[in-house]
Write a new protein. Sequence first.
Length: 370
Amino acid sequence: MTNARQDVCNFNPGPAALPDEVLQQAQAELLNWGGCGLSVLEMSHRSKEYEGIQARAEEALRQLLDIPDDYRVLFLQGGASLQFAMVPMNFLPSGGVADYVLTGSWSEKALQDAQRLGQPRVAASTKEGGYRTIPSWRDLQPAPGSAYVHITSNNTIEGTQWQDLAHGLTVPVVADMSSDIASRPFRVADYHLIYAGAQKNIGPSGVTVVLVRESWLQQAEEIANQRNLPTMLRYAIHAKNKSLYNTPPTFAVYLVGLVAEWSLRQGGLSAMAERNRAKANLIYEAIDQSHGFYQGVAEPSCRSLMNITFRLADAELEAKFLQEAKTRGLIGLGGHRSVGGMRASLYNAVPYEACVRLREFMDDFRHRFS
Ligand SMILES: *Cc1c(COP(=O)(O)O)cnc(C)c1O
């Protein structure tokens, strides 16, 4: 079967949908960027042209996320997964304590790497209830002398999300925002460090965006020296070299810039949040009005607007759902291999109309099989 792009609704969890406009712009500029006769793919990362492209990407992100001037924006590689290691390597002194909040499989992975490097403590965990909930900030009591608290703002696999990112803690807070950065307004200044693999909400795979408070980098440098860290694992090196210590993922950085500019044209974070809420509501309504035919996985008060997880009565019906969805061009709806079930990822670039098509399919499927 062959599909035209407009026939397909992409609910992939990541790499995920990118805006048509962004891909069209990249296509139009692909062979000759800005009249320089070269593709971005062929440029030296030391050229004026590329410097401008990266500066423009950073500027668009700064505007979109309202990043304070005393924060550095880094474009790194190794995915969000490398940040699981880099955060404790640079900010957890050997033998030091940090607090981890377990809300899903990605936070477990972050904890695992911290365990290799120091003495992280589990400050709160919702594992016992199958990660269907998010703890309350009020219940978090960081350990005395804790270097930082680590959270996962959106749990991509389980389908839960911190509803409120304003924590009120006095300890530095680090957030893995891979799957919901730029999906809603929040205060960057509440977090000492934020990291996000780009491939969910802000670009393609291959680049990880890190926002870090400049004054905190001093500490990172000391700890990196203490640990004798290799060069590429040091935030301070990447910051000093403006993410150009070695060859950055140039094309991915360029696309992050185009996506951020697109997001600004859509009206920025509050417009994104409003659209994302409307999209998610369509699907949650289909679940809640199905009399149990679709069972939402997350506790309603902790539901994610980005990844909607649900189950059907049995594996056979779930397989049928996925199969039929696919023949209608609704793709990427299978749950993560670790948990099964269904997952609809409704990141910023997924249009409202795609959610309408999914909603119609869900209602139709239920009428035929309940
Ligand atoms: C996808 C994801 C990761 C892993 O990202 P990679 O870039 O593949 O390393 C980590 N954390 C969260 C919350 C994610 O959604």
